[in-house]
Design a protein. Structure first.
Lengths: 323, 334
């Protein structure tokens, strides 16, 4: 174990894969964004800079470049920067990568990772703040992973890079500077395996990505009020570890879903529906969802702040279901 | 059924063209006789282009096709019976019934994904070229598309990227733009190859109805690409077959009669001009008989052999059951 940043752990996974897999190429620069951690990409560029292609500003062609190469047998990590930019490549991601294996009767495989940073990022306004996870999860054929901790990002990225299924790897730039214990050497965190971030008996909070940290902060606050919250982090949205989530709801009898995306047809909507379908009789209270209010993301700081499903909103939602 | 024609083997090139034509005619019959066969985009009238280009390729070259793709698959050795079965949505289809007529795929014949999103294959073919280059392969990537595809933005991004990275890609543009009908392309550029020219991609223009000319131009283009000199845009000019855009199965120029190659005064009907002046298959039969490469009897014998194989293909496809819905979720994830 070594204590390091999320950004360093992410680069570790790329360096390890590049070292062991010859047919592996990276498309896109600025893998760690343009913030304080951007320079941490250095170990990758020093050792395997020749594997990195710097493309023009052409998201559709970048996606095509990666998907076509993956179909031809080269494993690909394609970086799109802000998740909003994948909207320029959504046809390629959904209609080419997502359908190819099934539509070819299993002949074609597309081993590609689409990497992006989703969510509110301070000043992103209405075109640089997208959280597209539920939009993508609505389409079969694509795996979707959302890591939360440095230890997870390394193991989950390795899993994604070794997969023959195209994988949306949706990061959050706000996580890059967070620190945590990271196992040394290669390891894989399997798809569809949720993590219980905090155990509790009174209420289940299911949160993804950065919202997991908000949920943990809310749980600390709730503990002071005598409410014992369990925080479940699905880690991969497709496939979803329904077993762990439903087991927690059976135990606590209460569910609050938290995410940075919009509420309409959200991941929380899916989990709430699963609870209604499969553990309805275990529920002691109506389900609550905490998500973005349904408005385009505004620029002004207090307005953007009001979009965030932060700890305060989570605490309020939990108190509603505990009432 | 047959190996792709070897370079210079003109009889084999002709046989390949006959196979492409007779296959598509059978697709029309199948669509006429069976319900639930999807909308057809036939390659009739494009055979000289298709076979000519295929003759210049190596078996390990990769091909991304658009929706007008049947001819290319059959020409490179995909089984006509399994192709027909796929078009009919049957279990033994090339894609197990998951693709249908727009998405025929045969990995063993070098075919990657077939996109019916206009321009989709152009982008993917650039990706295949990137993959082959990173693997150090000598193989090249090929994509074919119609002139209308250049209306799509992804083509400009993809051509730009292929040029910037000097990728081994042959862009085969089947130009069947037609005056007097709704045009299949609406470009501000004066000629199609203005587009690749502006992006520093070598372009060639060839008469797409002339099999020998296409074979020669394709061989030239492939040699350029294979020696690492970057992509080539090959524009094959065609005169659109009158049945190219149809909503129900029809034979507007009749079922192909190869004796018209040497009995031209029998050519008649509302589309006689197309048959006489623009059908590359008839023209090639006429040329090969005239220069002594094949006798009339040999032409007809090739045709009979192909028709017998197509009959077998149809019988195979019709005997194949529909896929069992229990397999609906197979292969969604790899």
């Amino acid at each position: 174990m070594t204590r390091k940043t999320y950004a360093e752990a992410l680069i570790d996974a790329l360096v390890e894969r590049a070292g062991e897999e010859k047919n592996f190429a990276i498309i896109g620069r600025g893998i760690l964004g343009h913030g304080a951690q951007a320079h941490l990409v250095k170990p990758l560029m020093e050792k395997f800079g020749d594997r990195v292609t710097d493309p023009p500003t052409s998201e559709g062609a970048v996606a095509s470049l990666g998907i076509g190469a993956a179909m031809a047998g080269t494993r690909i990590f394609a970086h799109f920067g802000t998740a909003s930019f994948t909207m320029e490549a959504v046809n390629q991601i959904i209609h080419e990568a997502g359908v190819a294996h099934s539509m070819s009767g299993g002949q074609i495989k597309v081993p590609i990772v689409f990497h992006m940073f989703h969510g509110l990022r301070r000043g992103g306004s209405g075109q640089h703040s997208l959280s597209p996870q539920s939009m993508f999860a609505n389409n079969p054929g694509l795996h979707l992973m959302m890591p939360t901790t440095p230890g997870d990002v390394k193991g989950m990225l390795r899993t994604a890079l070794k997969s023959d299924t195209p994988t949306l790897f949706i990061d959050h730039a706000a996580l890059l500077g967070t620190e945590g214990e990271v196992p040394d050497g290669p390891y894989e965190i399997p798809l569809g395996e949720a993590a219980i971030r905090r155990e509790g008996d009174d209420v289940t909070i299911v949160a993804t990505s950065r919202a997991v940290h908000w949920a943990e902060a809310a749980a600390d606050q709730l503990a002071g009020d005598g409410i014992d919250a369990e925080v479940v982090d699905p880690r991969s949205v497709v496939p979803l570890d329904t077993e762990t989530i439903l087991k927690s709801i059976r135990k606590t009898g209460r569910l609050v879903c938290v995410e940075e995306g919009y509420q309409m047809c959200s991941i929380g909507s899916e989990i709430a529906a699963l609870a209604a379908e499969q553990v309805f009789k275990s529920l002691k209270a109506p389900v609550a969802r905490v998500a973005r209010p349904p408005a385009p993301v505004p620029f002004s700081p207090p307005l953007e702040e009001a979009m965030m499903p932060g700890p305060g909103k989570i605490v309020a939602a939990v108190k509603t279901v505990m009432a | 059924m047959t190996a792709p024609p070897a370079p210079g083997d003109r009889a084999a090139l002709f046989q390949c063209m006959v196979l492409m034509r007779r296959f598509e005619e059978e697709v029309l019959r199948v669509a006429r006789d069976h319900p639930y066969v999807g909308r057809q985009h036939l390659h009739i009238g494009h055979e000289a282009t298709g076979a000519g280009v295929v003759s210049a390729l190596s078996p390990d070259d990769l091909f991304h096709t658009n929706h007008r793709n049947h001819g290319y698959l059959i020409a490179r050795g995909a089984d006509p019976g399994r192709a027909l079965a796929e078009i009919m949505g049957r279990k033994d289809g090339l894609n197990g019934g998951r693709g249908g007529p727009w998405h025929l795929c045969d990995r063993s014949a070098g075919f990657q994904s077939t996109s019916a999103m206009v321009g989709g294959s152009v982008g993917l073919a650039v990706g295949a070229g990137f993959g082959l280059k990173t693997q150090g392969s000598k193989a090249i990537s090929v994509t074919h598309f119609g002139d209308g595809t250049l209306d799509e933005g992804i083509c400009y991004e993809a051509l730009n990227l292929a040029s910037l990275l000097a990728l081994p890609v042959l862009f085969l543009c089947e130009n069947n733009a037609k005056e007097g009908q709704r045009p299949s392309s609406m470009l501000a550029a004066k000629v199609l190859h203005d587009v690749p020219d502006a992006l520093q991609i070598r372009s060639l223009v060839v008469d797409g109805r002339d099999a020998d000319a296409v074979a020669a131009a394709a061989a030239d283009a492939v040699a350029h690409i294979r020696n690492g000199s970057g992509p080539v845009f090959l524009q094959a000019d065609l005169e659109r077959w009158p049945g190219s855009h149809q909503t129900k199965p029809e034979f507007p120029t009749g079922v192909t009669d190869l004796t018209l190659a040497w009995e031209e005064d029998r050519i008649e009907g509302p589309h006689a001009e197309w048959v006489r002046d623009h059908d590359g298959l008839r023209a090639y039969a006429k040329k090969l008989v005239a220069d002594g490469t094949l006798s009339e009897d040999q032409v007809l014998e090739i045709d009979r052999d192909v028709l017998a194989a197509i009959d077998e293909a149809r019988a195979f496809a019709e005997a194949s059951p529909y896929p069992d819905p229990s397999g609906l979720l197979d292969n969604v994830f790899a």
